[in-house]
Ligand binder design. Sequence first.
Ligand code: ATP
Ligand code: MG
Length: 366
Amino acid sequence: MYVDKVSLRNFRNYKDETIEFSKDLNIIYGQNAQGKTNIIESVFLCASGRSHRTSKDAELVNIDATGFSILLELQKAEDRKNIGIEYERGKKKIIKINEIPIKKIGNLMGNLLAVIFSPEDILIIKEGPSQRRRFIDITLCQLKPSYFYDLQQYNKILLQRNALLKEIQFRRNLLDTLEVWDDKIAELSSRIMIARNEFIGRLCEIAKKIHFKLTDGSETMEIKYSSSIDINNFSDVSQLKDEFIRQFSNVRASELKRCITLIGPHRDDYEMLLNGLSLKTFGSQGQQRTSVLSLKLAEIEIIKSETDQNPVLLLDDVMSELDFKRREFLLENIRNIQTFITCTDKDLFENRNFGDNLYIRVETGK
Ligand code: ATP
Ligand code: MG
């Protein structure tokens, strides 16, 4: 699939601009603070319903305006589609597919498949578990709308369950109602964890191969899922659900004391290892960056094989961070994938032809 064009109205520093793209390599260049990342952001927003930089839609509105709109046109095999996003300050944003508003944001998932790679992605390795969960959740949500709904529902129920645990301190008679919540949350937890376990397994298998090549066979990468319950002992959702319910009764006293849910996907993490050593603790800056590159390339492979579609690739400022060899490897591996690259120096690509390179110069939101 590829994005044909995007029209931005009052989005960030764009007042009213339509940008047409090449289905191969789009090199978005210009000086700092001109609006290059804003273009990438608008495309990612149409893929996932949210920005990769902020969770606040209001920040996306041009400071002089009361709302923004994006209209993105997409070519998918023989199909043409458009995705529209309209937002007015203080209101909920409206998402339209082929001009028809969708009822749930989950219906957007899968229409435009996008993989984004920006310098902040190194946080997947450096930061805490929530950054790592976010990475797999974004991909899984695009691939499986049912995962998106499970996760949305889970987060809602988790808040309600935690509120109930607090409330029980003052109203012991509410203790009986906890079981109803346990049952619901155990079911969702099991579905989410089984999906994550499968995904991490595949990610590990593919990223390992890519990373091995990328480092000339000197580094073996491994990814290990760590969850509150050792999932490998359970083969299906119902078995895992029963185990969750058992575990909830084991941790009941501590949960009531601390007033929080102590087990479940909100506590999941995964560890990345290079030659058996923790990448987070022992990896050099370059090793961490290269590992993120392997993860992203693996993500593309998984999307391709799950959907039979090439996702679009959004590379924000990453070229300047990679050395020559890794840059070449990346460019070789993204042939046939529509790619958007932001950079300050377009000369990096002058001798690289991808069929149809398009240079887009950005200056003050134009
Ligand atoms: P860099 O090379 O530094 O990454 P960039 O070209 O990617 O720069 P962007 O992040 O796309 O820059 O855009 C930044 C510009 O957009 C800044 O000038 C910023 O002030 C402006 N900007 C951001 N949000 C808004 C907004 N809501 N309204 C108006 N202008 C905005
Ligand atoms: Mg930028």
